[in-house]
Design a protein around this ligand. Structure first.
Ligand SMILES: C[S@@+](CC[C@H](N)C(=O)[O-])C[C@H]1O[C@@H](n2cnc3c(N)ncnc32)[C@H](O)[C@@H]1O
Length: 212
């Protein structure tokens, strides 16, 4: 199975942030679920959480392996981890239905810069009124890195592929605003990461039965 040390370190701080921000019940779509460690952990920690993970087609089988092995046991009361669906943000297909939140961790700096607007646009289109876009990872501010480790990471990524790189929170905020999402929070997380929270206009709809 795919395994991420970083996921093991950051999954509980992220879970605690989600606990504060997600409604209950909550339907969440995840973009770029990777190893699936976040999806498994969150649905074991939090009650009434319906989580739909996704990955690009080439990585989907590895993600589904973890879901099959770990995602069917020890789920919190009323929580459910769905089978993963294939999604490349540049081509879709985005899932049907509406979600209380779209979560994505450590994806914006990996996907090409040209794909990041697709991530934000696709996510915004899935949200219920008042729904949240939650982006976790390292982000710069106004073109400045917030820590030397993030600057080094950015340089490393760009040396591998100039299209990769740590994204700027101001740019993400601009992209979000183009799709009606307003910044609601910028949470400081361990290891110089952040959780950016953007909200769609309107009041959260609650459980409207749209989850399939
Ligand atoms: C560093 S991993 C993060 C995985 C997991 N979210 C985590 O935090 O450990 C980056 C993920 O972004 C995904 N990704 C890259 N480009 C993508 C795209 N165009 N559409 C969807 N996912 C993409 C990759 O498949 C990969 O799983």
């Amino acid at each position: 199975m795919l395994f991420s040390e970083a996921c093991e370190r950051n999954k509980q701080p992220i879970a605690e942030a989600l606990e504060r921000w997600l409604p209950r019940p909550a339907r969440v779509f995840e973009v770029g679920s990777g190893s699936g460690q976040h999806a498994v952990h969150f649905t074991r920690q939090r009650e009434q959480l319906h989580w739909l993970p996704s990955e690009r087609a080439g990585q989907l089988a590895a993600l589904q392996e973890r879901i099959d092995r770990e995602g069917r046991s020890q789920q919190a009361a009323g929580s459910h981890l769905a089978d993963a669906v294939a999604l490349d943000v540049t081509t879709g297909p985005w899932p049907p239905g509406r979600f209380d939140a779209v979560f994505s961790a450590n994806t914006a700096h990996i996907m090409p810069a040209a794909a990041v607007p697709d991530l934000v646009a696709g996510a915004a289109a899935l949200l219920v009124p008042g729904g949240l876009l939650l982006l976790y990872g390292p982000f710069s501010d106004g073109g400045r890195h917030t820590a030397p480790s993030n600057a080094a990471f950015d340089a490393h990524l760009r040396s591998l592929d100039p299209a990769m790189g740590v994204r700027d929170a101001d740019w993400l905020t601009l992209l979000a605003s183009r799709h009606g999402l307003q910044p609601r929070a910028d949470l400081t997380m361990p290891a110089n990461n952040r959780l950016l929270v953007f909200a769609a206009a309107g009041d959260a709809a609650g459980d409207d039965g749209l989850w399939a």
